[in-house]
Design a protein around this ligand. Sequence first.
Ligand SMILES: [Zn+2]
Length: 495
Amino acid sequence: MAKDYEIVIGMEAHAQLLTKSKMFCGCSAAYAQAPPNSLVCPICLGLPGSLPVVNQKALQQTIMVGLALGCKIRIDPQQIKWDRKNYHYPDLPKGYQISQYDLPIAYGGEIKIALGGEERRIRIRRVHLEEDTAKLLHADRATLIDFNRSGVPLIEVVTEPDIRSPQEAKAYVEKLRQILRYLGVSSGNMEEGSLRLEANISLRPAGSAELGTRTEIKNLNSFRAVEKALAYEVERQRKILEAGGKIQQQTMGWDEAKGVTVLQRTKEYAQDYRYFPEPDLPPLLLNKEWVEEIKSHLPELPEALKRRFIKEYGLTAYDAEILTQEPEVAEAFEEYVAAYPQNPKAVGDRIARSIFPVLKESEDSLAEIKRRLPPWVLGGIIAAKEQGKVTTSTADELAARSARGEIAAADVKALEAVFAQYQRIGTSDSLLPVIEKVLAENPKPVADYLKGKDTVLRFFIGQVAKETKGQADPNLVKELLVRKLEDIRQGGTNQ
Ligand SMILES: [Zn+2]
């Protein structure tokens, strides 16, 4: 009879940061579109005698990630330290990578994932900062090297071995990527290599506290690959253990085409890298005030946003989840709701019915779709449907065709007739009194804004939308709100 095994998985993710310049030099980090070897200097080429300088923005973004994951940040008097990870490879001209070994910037956080209605906490061991390597391109009979990527800032996020199934591993990396994208610190684009994943996995008899021997799987370039490679490795290890064999500690690669893991090399150990403190960079003492300031400007993260969508708009948990998957979609939802605040649920449904399919079937960006199907049109379609002026199928067709950019001139006339009652309040004169009223009625959020909490702007925009029954242009409302709030900050009173 087959024994029961518990699966133990830990994940390591490398994410490129979206900084303008590289980690230790002034070269542009926007390497993807540049001609090969055009963004290089003595530092990122690793020439002797060149000296690295730390990129402050990369440091700031790493702190943001650490804070968003609930990590402790190593602030003064704790030091953060740079180390050399020594190994020889053609894509690493210096013969070492500047990384962080024992004193990373952030440590001890967690990510919550929900799977099958159950919430699981995956502890984050550490988040550290390092530099990317150059890129090797294997041609027919030669290997080419492009140094543009050499020195691009890279964070590494490492979990504790808390993941218990391939599905959980997939849910974890999806959540991590979502958080990175909400923070705006990484594109998380896996096809372009901006986010790269590795997993380590072992099995142990159910109930045992001891960890089994693990293997490491590299080159996991999609969420699907994470789940499939781990599922494959679980079965491979299980068969060996059931036959009374031993697992070798080794590094595997994932062969996507064949659907198998393949041996790359027997596992290297930390001591193989001869880590030692980077002599060209002193340890850093992070200023507490700076970290506090970064914390106060963190954007609203998916979990908090989801809770707010449920509370503020009365959405179901399911709808809120779907609308907060991508930061751009959440933002679009709020713009659309501002145009039709009477029924946020209908707005969410309309987005799912009319916009998601276009996003899926075409290369069109959400920004492009919003231009074709602006909030006032979408709001108008919902209003017309709810008032029984058009049928559901007509509403579907109008919205879908608008989103695809297919609405013909005659249809625009029809649309205009339907929306004729939908007069917009578009001038500052008519809006200012409403904005002043909203600010006067909400002193607490005003105080929050003045303390630097920019996210309350959305609350105000929502309130103005309610007052104007969604007929105000949200962009104009935002502009006027900021102007009015800045007046208050300058010492004016809240009249
Ligand atoms: Zn450079």
